[in-house]
Design a protein around this ligand. Sequence first.
Ligand code: DGT
Ligand code: CA
Ligand code: CA
Ligand code: ZN
Length: 563
Amino acid sequence: MRNHDVAELLEKLSLLSEAAGEDRFKAIAYRRASTSIKNLGEDVEDVWKRGELDQIQYVGEGIAKKIDEYLRTGKLEFLEKLEKKVPAGVVELMQVQGIGPRTAYKLSKEYGVRTIEQLKEGLTTGALTPAVGEVIAKRLLESVEKAKPGQSRMLLVEAVYLSKDIIAFFRSKGVVVETAGSLRRGKETVGDLDILTSDARAPKVVEEYPGLDRVIGSGSTKTSVVLKNGVQVDIRVIKKRDYGAALIYFTGSKDHNVLLRSLSIERGWRLNEYSLSDTKTGKRVAGRTEAEVYGKLGLSYIPPELREARGEIEAAREGKLPSLVEAKDLRGDLQMHSTWSDGADELEKMAAAARKRGYEYIAFTDHSVSVGVANGLSEERFRKQWKAIDELNDRLKPFRIIKSVEAEVRSDGTLDYGRSFLENFEMVGASIHQAYRQSPEKLTERAVMALSHPAVDVLFHPTNRLIGKRDPNPIDLPKVIATAKDNGKMLEIDGSPMRMDLDDVWARRAMEEGVNLIIDSDAHSIGELENVEYGTTVARRAWLEKKNVANTLPLEGLLKMLT
Ligand code: DGT
Ligand code: CA
Ligand code: CA
Ligand code: ZN
């Protein structure tokens, strides 16, 4: 599957054409095509073989030709030419949040800045202050410092895609493997991939993996490799007899394992990556399956998402583990965007894709009027959209589209549109995007005002973070949660993989305080509807059960909650 490769090629074309000062619309076209291929439901090589590249959304004739050349020859002449046009360092600098092509150009040409390292130095010493001005310099320094740790850890979504590719590769060679580590626990970022198998051929087979860069250590039971994208993969070969013990060990977390070991010691046993065994006699007590090991320790089976030493051992001992919500419990998706604002797909196409997922209902939450960059809707345009929705609802019965909006909370805490207009929506989600650099007090006040507004049902992505790129807004979350509770409002777990907001810790707190949550995709295209998977992972790590999540309700129950 080369989808990821091709998507990256197009992303690079987009960045480079921007940096080379080409027509802005070209850059946008490449980026759109890139997203479209990332979300493609099938292997781009299959489409290519059928000669149907130009039928992929946002792939016109020109882009199709480039993809064809790349898939045939592994290279793209146009890209090489473009690279020569762009001064050294520009593309690297543009990876910093807040640096666009023009600034990158200037920094490279006039100030000789070629790397993020040099940028950081120039900003720290003040040498670059004249280039960008004092305010921007300060902001850039913040983003540069943040960019560092973010680069060494992948987003969960990246780890998921990468592992799927690796697992499929092994499968094509007849080798069965599975993932452990932080990926299996569903952490929001993942450092390296840990792969377990009981097939001794795995270390040899991985050497043929197309994404492999080099082998950095190899023994009979473990091999570590680095991929071309810089990610390390540890592969361990485990005897079937030891598999459960090893799976526990390499799934972690370390803290969870430490607690399990002390529990073993209390019983005169020891637990390691091979088995649970008697310390004195060395006799095996358990090891073949995880459930067996947990069982012998007097625990019910602990799902990987809970293995963070956050009370799961005690709960498992008392038989009080939550019965965690699953993606299939969701009966609908309550945040998504259409072409009416900044989504890539039309109402009907989104609805069809949502129905195909088995949903009973969805809510369109197109942006409100003050979000100009996202083509936010005027009242008049919303009235037109409602007509279109009514018409679709007639046709798609019993499937139901809920009329909703992602209403911007303005800098003073008031919402876009007056109350009487907002009452026309069946669901109102409030979001803080703009003016997010305000003081913590001000930001908290805005969230509280939104949750106190009679027309509002839910606060969307409460912290507005972008993982690795933008810190969570410094709002007083306990106060926000208390306000939601007091006013009977809901909080969102936004499944967009860069957001995952609320996160696991705060979603759990909200649940414990008795607040209802919703899990949704915030999809801007049909491909992104799958984001609910990441939202569900957060919810599971937050100990949420089906009853804590409003969109597990049937339509009638949900609508009753929304009135
Ligand atoms: P990551 O890769 O940084 O996102 O986090 P993990 O949790 O995947 O950590 P990693 O890859 O270092 O190790 C995988 C699992 O193996 C880890 O969750 C627990 C286990 N493990 C690794 N090293 C040790 C260790 O020194 N002691 C113990 N108890 N467990 C370890
Ligand atoms: Ca790992
Ligand atoms: Ca590892
Ligand atoms: Zn949007």
